[in-house]
Design a binder for this molecule. Structure first.
Ligand code: ADP
Length: 310
């Protein structure tokens, strides 16, 4: 296209020159009938017209070129985004199939074991505990799926006065109970004030952040959740000592279905909807979330809720 545009420009330029030449020749033929000052004036006018036409050709060509390049850039960007969205949906389908299949397979195995063997005491309790963990995993997954489907349109937050410290401690205790081999610590601001929050929404924010910290960090690595408040609002930080998140990924991880890496090679389980829900719930409270780097390794998810609008 650029070459065609250039070619068109050159042709137009040549045609203008030819016309200019012909007009000059015509003037030369009429020279005898005109006074010399008039001939000079007509010649200057002809030269002026040619340079204006040259400027016009270059100007129009330049504008066409820019519009063309912008068009190509927009189409290419839309196409790449579409491809990326298709890839993420494919990854999501693979992940969700796996996430639904594996707890169901475990639960089926537990029932078969009970059918074949008459287990008693600790063995029986262990198996029941395992079955409950798997149903819990399924329930969380289905809740998150439902939430991510309705969060943009039909989710109605129910704001009530709550103590954030109590809620954070409750989530921390639950996740700690579920993952006893991990070390979860809380550092709660004793002067924390009550605020208006959607309990279910805030619960899912901290539950997802803590579950992620457990999932992506090793069991020997400490997870800390801190709360603080001042005149402007409430700040909650969830820090882990895991692998951290690359600068280039820090925005993308909040997109629906986005997971770092590729589904075929990834080792952690997940569906890429956890952080999407987290961000949406925080936005419902007019808050914000950012990812900072923990030292020496790991991530800090910093959540802020303003007081005036919370
Ligand atoms: P999922 O965990 O199901 O993949 P999320 O939406 O919760 O989906 O997270 C999106 C991505 O963000 C994850 O795939 C992971 O790469 C990255 N991530 C989230 N939390 C952490 C964390 N604490 N440490 C490192 N990476 C994380």
């Amino acid at each position: 296209m650029i070459l065609i545009l250039l070619w068109w420009g050159i042709l137009l330029f040549q045609k203008s020159k030819e016309i200019h030449q012909l007009e000059k020749e015509l003037l030369a033929l009429q020279q005898d009938q005109l006074v010399s000052s008039e001939v000079k004036l007509r010649l200057e006018q002809l030269d002026g017209t040619l340079s204006r036409q040259v400027f016009m050709i270059i100007g129009e060509g330049f504008v066409f070129g820019i519009v063309l390049l912008l068009g190509i850039w927009f189409i290419n960007r839309g196409y790449s985004r579409e491809i990326e969205a298709i890839k993420q949906k494919r990854n999501f389908l693979l992940a969700i199939t796996h996430e639904l299949k594996s707890p169901l397979a475990s639960i089926a195995l537990i029932f078969e074991t009970f059918k074949k063997r008459h287990l008693q005491g600790a063995d029986r309790d262990k198996l029941i505990e395992h079955g409950l963990d798997e149903t819990d995993r399924l329930t969380t997954l289905i809740k998150n799926l439902l939430l991510s489907a309705q969060i943009d349109k039909s989710y109605q937050p129910n704001f009530e006065t709550i103590d954030l410290n109590l809620l954070v401690q409750k989530v921390a205790d639950q996740v700690q109970k579920k993952h006893p081999d991990h070390q979860i610590e809380t550092a709660l601001d004793p002067a924390m004030q009550l605020g208006a929050f959607d309990q279910f929404g805030i619960y899912s924010v901290f539950y997802n952040l803590l579950e992620n910290a457990v999932k992506y960090a090793g069991s020997s690595e400490k997870i800390v959740i801190t709360t603080s408040s001042d005149q402007s609002g409430y700040t909650i930080e969830v820090s882990d000592q895991g692998p951290g998140i690359l600068e280039t990924e820090k925005r993308k991880v909040f997109e629906q279905f986005y997971r770092s890496g590729h589904e075929d090679t990834r080792r952690t389980k997940g569906t890429g909807i956890g952080l999407f829900i987290v961000k949406k719930m925080i936005e419902l409270h007019h808050g914000k979330i950012e990812i900072l780097d923990n030292k020496p390794t790991g991530s800090i998810f910093k959540v802020f809720f303003p007081k005036s609008k919370s």
